[in-house]
Design a protein. Structure first.
Length: 384
């Protein structure tokens, strides 16, 4: 359980006023301490993550996946340019330990393509009891989201990025294989599906699409029709306000408005995308409104980070008090990512079963929550 990895460490942080170089070091060392040093319930180099079922939320299962570890390495590497040599050395050590484990999730048929669960020994819902029956019958398809996160975390070379981008072009929404589980106004766009699997239904997720476009932008890849169509999915979802009102439909794997706004802000932070820049004032106002209403530390951190990435002064935002890393950050009930079996069903069934929360799992990672805090602190320090 998560408590096994928690160190009782309490402090009070006024994120806008007390961000300091020494606090960055404390949090980095905390993240490093949470990384698995030798195989236990998790592979060496991984950051433990857990899932809980909607109808049994107090029971957490260790979930062996590369998702949060990839996000942690990816995020730390892009923050470290603003840190001192000691802090950069901690990031280098975290990265060195994490990268070897990613091969455990690489496709056995297609190099540089990744899966949410292990591919060396097929696991579906690791430590899932009766759910592991699926190990013998099915395996989860490789997916674009984990793939681009792993490649970004590994700082893959330009040739690899170009190869994967080309590979992606075969997994899009087409008239012959059309999406049936999203909003009708999105069904005509030839955007990327979440999944590489040919037997998987086409699936749109605006956060996964944001991550793919981040990958395209960072590697300065030539935009394809699928990239442009994916951008249109983002734009239309914003214009219809579905990123706030119907996240489960347009972002079934992330869902929460705060998390969707965070992904949009992260994408927009690389370089301006005119269609998104036109909507930035609206997105800023929406994030501010959600921030004022939020009672969750992690949600407030995510929204504040989005606003700072959009150019807002951290001093002008609502103060976030963190009294305990354990209670307010590492043990929070806020889930950044979720899995929902209803996602694969046609729209009417998806909505009905999705609302019931049958087959719905929330995912948590204490170390990643610390990294989200680190990100906001670092961005806030830059604005001083």
């Amino acid at each position: 359980m998560r408590s096994k990895y928690l160190l009782l460490l309490c402090l009070v942080i006024s994120l806008q006023l007390s961000a300091s170089d020494s606090l960055i070091t404390v949090l980095l060392k905390r993240v490093a301490a949470l990384q698995v040093k030798q195989y236990d319930a998790f592979p060496a180099g991984a950051f433990p993550s857990y899932r809980s079922y909607a109808y049994n939320q107090h029971v957490e299962k260790a979930d062996i996946n590369p998702f949060y570890t990839g996000l942690i390495v990816f995020t730390l590497q892009r923050l470290q340019k603003d840190w001192n040599p000691e802090q950069q050395a901690i990031v280098a050590n975290i990265t060195r330990q994490a990268l070897p484990m990613f091969s455990k999730f690489e496709s056995r048929k297609h190099p540089h393509i990744y899966n949410f669960w292990p591919t060396d020994t097929v696991k579906v819902f690791p430590n899932g009891g009766w759910l592991n029956w699926f190990d013998r019958k099915h395996s989860l398809a490789n997916d674009l989201d984990d793939t681009v996160i792993m490649l970004l975390a590994m700082n893959s070379d330009a040739a690899t990025a170009a190869y994967v981008h080309d590979f992606m072009q075969a997994y899009i929404n087409t008239p012959k294989k059309r999406i049936v589980n999203t909003k009708k106004y999105l069904a005509g766009f030839g955007a990327y599906s979440t999944w590489f699997g040919v037997k998987m239904p086409i699936d749109f997720d605006v956060c996964a699409l944001s991550n793919v476009l981040y990958f395209v932008q960072e590697y300065q890849l030539k935009w394809t029709a699928a990239d442009s169509a994916s951008l249109q999915v983002l734009v239309h979802a914003i214009d219809q306000n579905d990123h706030l009102q119907d996240g489960a439909f347009i972002s079934p794997h992330y869902e929460k408005p705060a998390v969707i706004l965070y992904h949009l802000a992260r994408l927009m932070s690389i370089k301006p995308i005119p269609l998104l820049e036109e909507r930035k004032p609206l997105l800023i106002q929406q994030a501010k409104t959600l921030l004022q209403k939020s009672s969750s530390s992690i949600e407030s951190i995510i929204l504040s980070t989005a606003l700072v990435k959009w150019g807002e002064d951290p001093e002008s935002l609502k103060q976030i008090k963190v009294r305990s890393l354990v209670k307010d950050i590492e043990s929070t009930d806020f889930s950044f990512f979720n899995a929902n079996m209803a996602t694969f069903l046609p729209a009417p069934w998806k909505r009905g079963l999705g609302a019931s929360r049958i087959g719905y799992f929330s995912y948590f990672c204490p170390a990643y929550n610390n990294v989200l805090l680190l990100e906001l602190l670092t961005l806030s320090m830059k604005h001083r």
